[in-house]
Design a protein around this ligand. Structure first.
Ligand code: ADP
Length: 357
């Protein structure tokens, strides 16, 4: 670590391609020489919205966690990376410049915005690797909370479908599929023993970008809301659209997508499709593509547990259920899709932990 006894406040920052994630540790007992951070503590914990685009995910707050020899609360904050300029102005106006002058950061933005942090708030970034941070963060959060890891039971049945707690205390090996703007796939065999086995540029950023183009929506929340009310079978070409039913010889059911967006070459079909249908088809296309890459990686690496994380899964049960169903169906029940409650925040948590190592 960069400091044997890092001054409060403790932050971890993950500056990604789309979202900046900020984790803040609020100690239970503040010592006298930490009173300098009292203003920032009050500002962060008394509010849940910061400026125009900063949000604190209060439902994810972790009380009574232990880091080093300190107990306290972890707070989870996010804002669009495109708002970094405004974030730095706000931080400056709240007196963040007067605090300890090193902040630990990961993600591409830790490099891209390094100069701006020095210029705007007189802070040096201590940079950590994003995959080291991701794994450290997820192992810590999982170990601190019994209810972190879960899977979806009966993902295709709306009435029986449910989140079920999963005991992840014996984790290795597992595949970690991080769905952010793009996608990275890691095979993890131990806390320090992992490799990046694959990735794809067709990720959460692709979903949001295509959805904005196709439907005119402007936010991720709006895109998900549209998709929730849509039907992808008005857009995609299914096996039954081609065969008139199942393709029995190779066990392909009629309701399987044979060609994503495959109906949209027809002017007539295009004229009948809704924005909701287009959003749903975009979501299903991107999700199934990621699912199939994850499954091939798991097969190649001989791994059965596949953990999906990243903010693409935020407020997005449609994708989680699709992934859960696809992993189970295509692996004939040998692989399991798992999820974590703090899906997008592990890089930032890992960063905060490393400044205390
Ligand atoms: P990155 O580190 O690349 O920014 P994240 O894990 O933060 O990756 O995920 C970014 C993705 O999460 C976006 O591409 C989008 O699909 C999804 N997302 C979820 N919530 C939001 C939001 N409020 N604004 C923008 N994208 C969001």
């Amino acid at each position: 670590g960069f400091n044997d006894n890092p001054l409060m406040p403790w932050f971890g920052m993950d500056i990604g391609g789309t979202l900046c994630k900020l984790v803040y540790f609020e100690p239970k007992d503040i010592t006298n020489d930490e009173l300098n951070s009292e203003n920032i503590r009050r500002y962060l914990t008394k509010n849940s919205a910061y400026g125009k685009s900063g949000h604190r995910d209060t439902h994810l707050q972790m009380n009574d966690v232990s880091i080093r020899d300190r107990r306290g609360t972890l707070h989870f904050i996010r804002f669009p990376t495109s708002e970094m300029g405004n974030f730095l102005s706000l931080a400056r106006s709240k007196g963040l410049t007067n605090l300890g002058n090193i902040v630990s950061a990961t993600g591409g933005g830790a490099y891209k915005f390094e100069e701006d942090f020095i210029k705007e708030v007189n802070m040096k970034l201590a940079k950590y690797d994003e995959f080291d941070s991701l794994i450290k963060g997820m192992l810590f959060v999982e170990a601190s909370s019994r209810t972190e890891c879960y899977y979806w039971a009966n993902p295709t049945d709306d009435t029986l479908c449910a989140k079920v707690n999963y005991d992840f205390s014996n984790p290795y090996p597992f595949l970690l599929v991080n769905i952010g703007s793009g996608v990275s796939v890691l095979a993890v065999h131990g806390p320090q023993n992992y490799k990046r086995v694959s990735g794809t540029s067709i990720g959460g950023g692709t979903f949001l970008g295509l959805c904005c183009l196709l439907t005119g929506c402007n936010t991720f929340e709006e895109a998900i809301e549209l998709a929730t009310g849509g039907d992808n079978t008005h857009v995609d070409k299914l096996v039954r659209d081609i065969y008139g039913g199942d393709y029995e010889r190779f066990g392909l059911p009629g309701d399987l997508v044979a060609s994503s967006f495959g109906q949209m070459n027809s002017r007539d079909k295009r004229s009948k499709v809704s924005r909701e249908d287009l959003a749903r088809a975009t979501l299903v296309t991107i999700t199934n593509n990621i699912g199939s890459i994850a499954r091939m990686c798991a097969l190649q690496e001989k791994i059965e547990k596949v953990l999906f994380i990243g903010n693409f899964l935020r407020v997005n049960p449609i994708s989680m259920k699709l992934l859960a169903y696809a992993m189970d169906y295509w692996s004939k029940g040998t692989m399991k899709a798992l999820f974590l409650e703090h899906e997008g925040y592990f890089g930032a948590v890992g960063c905060l932990l490393q400044c205390n190592e």
